[in-house]
Design a protein around this ligand. Structure first.
Ligand SMILES: Cc1ncc(COP(=O)(O)O)c(C=O)c1O
Length: 354
């Protein structure tokens, strides 16, 4: 007899991108980390941490961070719930709203963790393929009548975005909760914050992992109507934000000038990377995130991925039927991108009409 529920026995666990040991000599463009350092104020907050904060339990809601985030967003702190990365908030959302007879719905291809979390909760899953060029299939998503609907915006792995109008139409059409996962919104032209006031079933998720260069800290937050967040808080761990994360994260989110500078740099690098890849004959989808989705000239993404890895350059290849011909490449520093492009140039060989 198994020690586990049948669901867990048959579960295909989520596989994160490869994380080589610290100090390994690789160019890491596979998990959408920020290539630049976090805010100096955040590093200073880490150094200045009072050891007594380690001895004691933290505030159960990471209140220092909650207040800092709320002040930057211009909302009341009751509209913010912090978590151990936005993955933690995704877990809370599924735990609180989905289950047998209460479906989880999302467009595909997208962030694979949505599927895993729904499966753990024994919730039915409705996967709705994106329309051509990753346009959001609003009507078909609404028709699936999810208890919980996820839209990553910008989407991963495509980097493409859905407009306010489409997100608003979807929120209006749904009886359940709509989550707009804005892990990458800092790199985009707009975000969905303004929709919160008029859509009580909308939750926006943000993270400090990408725009704030703090993936190792594990800190994310949800923004939504306080009534909705109260429901989520019922199912969270008692102390889901550590004292270190609350303190360092507060300093980071308050340093809006540093974030703006870093984001602008990444946007410029993204444009340069897109152009260089196109010159090599790759198809590159228009991205508003800190990565690009790329189809090498012959669609032999698996081979290109392997060859790059052999040279110590990590990019993301997804073993998913819809994605066999593409790679997701994180925007890096200019130097990292130059090395990548030189390697790709050699791997792809002379340009032909493929
Ligand atoms: C769409 C999306 N949502 C959420 C996350 C998780 O981010 P965090 O580091 O905050 O858990 C990721 C991370 O890659 C992501 O791509």
């Amino acid at each position: 007899m198994s020690l586990f529920r049948p669901t867990i026995d048959s579960l295909r666990a989520y596989t994160p991108g490869r994380q080589p040991a610290a100090g390994a000599r690789v160019i890491k463009l596979n998990t959408n980390e920020n290539p630049y350092p976090p805010s100096p104020s955040a590093v200073e907050a880490l150094r200045a941490l009072d050891p007594d904060q380690l001895r004691r339990y933290p505030h159960p809601f990471g209140d220092e961070f909650r207040r800092a985030a709320a002040s930057v967003l211009g909302v009341d702190p009751t509209w913010v719930l912090a978590g151990n990365g936005s993955d933690d908030l995704l877990t809370l959302l599924v735990r609180a709203t989905a289950g047998p007879g209460r479906p989880v719905v999302y467009p595909t291809p997208t962030y694979v963790l949505y599927r895993t979390l729904a499966a753990i909760q024994d919730a039915p899953v409705v996967e709705v393929p994106f329309d051509t060029d990753f346009a959001l299939p609003v009507d078909r998503l609404a028709a699936a009548a999810g208890a919980l609907t996820f839209v990553a915006n910008p989407n991963s792995p495509s980097g493409t975005v859905a407009s306010h109008e489409r997100l608003s139409a979807l929120a209006n059409a749904l009886d359940g909760v709509l989550v707009v996962d804005e892990a990458y919104a800092a790199f985009a032209e707009e975000d969905a914050l303004a929709l919160l006031e008029t859509h009580p079933n909308l939750v926006i998720l943000r993270t400090l992992s990408k725009s704030h260069a703090l993936a190792g800290l594990r800190l994310g937050y949800a923004i939504a109507h306080p009534t909705l967040l109260e429901g989520l808080a019922k199912v969270k761990d008692s102390y889901n934000v550590g004292a270190v994360a609350a303190s360092v994260g507060s300093a980071a989110i308050l340093d809006t000038a540093h974030t703006a500078t870093t984001v602008a740099r990444i946007q410029r690098n993204r444009a340069q990377l897109t152009e260089a890849l196109q010159r090599l004959g790759c198809r590159v989808w228009p991205s508003q995130a800190n990565f690009v989705l790329v189809r090498p000239p012959h669609g032999d993404a698996a081979r290109v991925h392997r060859e790059l890895e052999r040279q110590g350059i990590l990019v993301r290849y997804f073993d998913e039927p819809a994605l066999v011909e593409v790679l997701r490449i994180t925007v890096g520093t200019r130097a990292e991108q130059q090395t990548l492009i030189a390697a790709l140039d050699a791997i792809l060989g002379p340009l032909d009409s493929a």
